[in-house]
Design a protein around this ligand. Sequence first.
Ligand code: BDR
Ligand code: CA
Length: 311
Amino acid sequence: MGRRPFIIDCDTGTDDAIAIMAALYCDEVEVKAITSVNGNVAHQYTSKNNLDLMEYLGFMDIPVAKGAVHPIMANGYHAHGTHGSTGLGTISLPEAKDKKFDKRIASELIYETAVEEQGELELLVVGPMTNIAISLLQHPELTGLIKHIWFMGGSAIGGNVTPTAEFNIWIDPMAAHIVTQSGIPQTMVGLDVTTAAAMKECHSAELRTCGTKASVLCADLLDYMFIRRDKGGEDALMHDAMAFAAAVYPECLELKDCYIDVECFGEYTKGHTYVDKKGKSKKEPNASVALKVDEEKFCRWLTDAIKKSAG
Ligand code: BDR
Ligand code: CA
């Protein structure tokens, strides 16, 4: 069997960078492109981070495309407190010299790749869903061309921007509403589950000893997160890599089919993900939703996934 074709749509972002690396070295997957979106930091930075990362790691042939500079339904906010001013914390990658951005905008690249892959393309969506929603609005037939969307976003309980909204969904609730209602098979890995597993110093030490460019970069990102945590900020949470784990290592998660949607307009509930765990709405489930994670299994898997960069 061939490798599973994936596009990673992201707002890189410290934990996005780790998710990208986990996917790049995964034997089962072929990363067809990386597309960026406004989110953790402004679009210039998320795009630059993707381009710099891919050249730094030597993936010169994988297209990197710029995406939406603004949400469809704007919530102007960035997560500088968590990801630093440029998105990669205190880490600065060498600036890409030879690698150039793909000429296509993300929404077009996604559509064209989906057509080429004839229904086999999977999307790992770990930022606001603006690019995917635009692509769906431009090409409604995309619905039948995407095999599965694995997304980090939302929460079955609680939020991190408002009491009921998670960052990726809150930034662009309308985009998330369009995607969750699209009919594309999808798996949601939300905040209530991603916050239940944090990487530890022992994982960072193991990755640093491994000694590849990717593993040392991952260790640097983790060490930045430990300092952030010790100052009272977010722990070394691997939100985005956990959405990739759902795709290739679902054994570390407990999943349930549920009906989901996104609230776009409530004064207090804008960006809230409605997750009908108990089937009260009587609506057919449209997503598989992660409800629990085995922290030890997940952290072991992720450490090993990055160590695959050693060949
Ligand atoms: C999500 O927001 C970003 O800070 C992370 O990269 C993740 O995608 C968590 O709410
Ligand atoms: Ca992200």
